[in-house]
Design a protein around this ligand. Structure first.
Ligand code: HEM
Length: 518
């Protein structure tokens, strides 16, 4: 039952202005801080200030705290009344609300703008995703970012039940007949623009490491199994992983070789009795590795590469690697010591592993780009709000031309990146897999290169707008700190900016006409 709030006049509140008897008004509500003052993270002194104690502290409160502080149950308890005749002005958003801050949503979600790409099913999916992310995934993500723990099994279960694992693998037969996000979209009509929506909403968790540790590893590790494993292994593993019963990750990179997959050293040799393969070697930076039950492994077979599915078994060990985006991502160092696996766990043809691995890169880069561009937009929203509510020398920050210049740069880069992303998603919808490989490897490489470059620039501007708060893991600037700290993951994972730029130009050269001169 909602707590009964007592009516107050401002004069009555003003009587409670000393240690042990301390009220303040925030957004028309009266808070009793008498006992809380000595526990206040900002110290009791600031609350006893003559301009705060017994007074309206709305402006100073929102200069120091994020709105969500007031929504926490432990602080809600401090709310005892409301000023008679006054109403709350600052709105608490509902879980599936769109932001009304300019540029905080992509244009297709902004009233008055039209879109050639999105249909009703994209809108229904976006709404259902926003609610699910806000209510279920983001709170877990924020907690795990702080405590470094793996994503909660209950959240992973709910994601699987809603078909999120299926959707994150992109369009295809695996979605047919599936109920997705309570029926928001039919599996048969799910396309890459739906997938874009799923990934962009997921990014709103504001927890970069958590999202990678929360089945990001499945998105990159499962395609070789889906596309190349033999039955019955294929269906068994796909079902276990998509239904959330088991976790799977991609184990390709090594301390010896990163983007250069042809330089891997981990080796697989046939067992002497012909009963299977023996794998020896190491893998590094394996996202989700610490928690995974299955590893999709690239190993040398003679002078070539072959892909294997390795279950967690004797000889498989994982060790946590501490990266700058936190241990919740489950990043690990993996060792294989005489690991024996059966013949049927070879994925795709022997010695053709490079093709099996490379086949998935376009999709991985598309997924990363969707999220990268959404982080940039999140930074835009945070900065627009902060610059409007933060006062410096009696004026809001936004009154400074230099701040407006930074915001202009952030907004234009984000809008251009989103337009590029949507165009690529549309092209993907029009092409089959073969055409995508032929025509889109270069453009998708450029897309990811552009997305991570603009994110870095946007994050740099955002930090300068937030100042010291942008360097602080808690409080007002915590999303900006996190976006800035983790931006290089987008620039490196799935192919570095340099590799992708080179790839894009080399792909373009394949289509260069020989009969043209300046
Ligand atoms: C309902 C009343 C209040 C609650 C529940 C509250 C709660 C908090 C919390 C949780 C923090 C830690 C910052 C964070 O991580 O978000 C904090 C910091 C702080 N609070 Fe409050 N606070 C209240 C009222 C006020 C008021 C009226 C002032 C007025 C000056 C104030 C000044 C500060 C300051 C200066 C900090 C440190 C900010 C920083 O580190 O940047 N607080 N408060």
């Amino acid at each position: 039952m909602a707590k009964q709030l007592k009516p107050f006049t401002r004069d009555e509140v003003a009587q409670h202005n000393k240690q042990g008897d301390l009220y303040v008004i925030i957004d028309s509500y009266v808070y009793d801080l008498s006992k809380f003052a000595r526990l206040h993270p900002g110290g009791p002194g600031v609350l006893l200030d003559a301009d705060v104690a017994g007074k309206d502290a709305t402006t100073v409160f929102f200069a120091m705290h994020r709105h969500e502080v007031l929504l926490k149950p432990q602080y809600q308890r401090l709310k005892i009344g409301q000023i008679t005749g006054e109403k709350q002005k600052i709105r608490t958003p509902q879980a599936d609300d769109l932001s009304r801050v300019p540029y905080a949503e992509p244009m297709w979600l902004t009233p008055s703008f039209k879109t050639p790409y999105y249909k009703d099913s994209h809108r229904a999916l976006q709404k259902a995703m926003r609610k699910f992310i806000t209510e279920v995934v983001a709170p877990d993500g924020q907690a795990c970012e702080e405590n470094g723990k793996r994503p909660s099994p209950d959240v992973l279960r709910q994601m699987a039940e809603n078909g999120m694992n299926h959707m994150r693998m992109g369009p295809g037969a695996h979605l047919h007949g599936k109920v997705l996000m309570g029926g928001a979209v039919k599996g048969e009509e799910f396309d890459y623009l739906h997938e874009l929506v799923v990934n962009q909403e997921l990014a709103l968790c504001g927890a970069r490491g958590y999202i990678d540790g929360c089945q990001g590893h499945m998105v990159i590790g499962l395609p070789p199994i889906m596309n190349y494993a033999k039955e019955p292994l294929r269906t068994k593993v796909m079902t276990e992983v998509l239904e959330g019963e088991k976790l799977l990750c991609l184990a390709i990179t090594e301390a010896f070789a990163g983007s250069d997959v042809a330089g891997l050293r981990c080796r697989a040799v046939r067992a002497e009795d012909g009963s299977g393969w023996i794998i020896n070697g190491t893998k590094k930076w394996i996202t989700g590795g610490t928690n995974s039950d299955y590893f999709t492994v690239g190993a040398r077979t003679g002078d070539h590469l072959t892909v294997f599915l390795v279950p967690r078994c004797e000889g498989v060990n994982t060790k946590q690697i501490k990266t700058s985006y936190g241990t919740t991502a489950g990043t690990s160092y993996v060792t294989f010591d005489n690991v024996k696996i059966p013949n049927e766990n070879m994925i795709g043809p022997e010695n053709d592993g490079l093709r099996v691995i490379l086949a998935n890169f376009n999709h991985e880069r598309f997924m990363i780009s969707c999220q990268t561009v959404r982080y940039a937009r999140k930074a835009v929203e945070e900065c627009l709000l902060w610059a409007s509510q933060r006062s410096v020398s009696g004026k809001p920050l936004i009154a400074q031309p230099v701040i407006r210049q930074k915001l202009a740069s952030m907004i234009t880069k984000t809008e251009a990146a989103q337009a590029f992303l949507e165009n690529i998603a549309y092209q993907m919808c029009q092409m089959d897999y073969k055409e995508q490989s032929k025509y889109l490897a270069g453009p998708i490489g450029f897309l990811k290169l552009n997305s991570s470059k603009i994110l870095a620039e946007v994050a740099d501007d955002a930090i300068m707008i937030f100042g010291g708060r942008g360097l602080t893991k808690t409080g007002m600037g915590r999303f900006i700190e996190q976006i800035h700290r983790t931006r290089k993951f987008d620039a490196i994972l799935g192919g570095t900016e340099e590799v992708l730029g080179d790839l894009g130009v080399r792909q373009a050269m394949k289509h260069m006409p020989e009969d043209q001169r300046l």
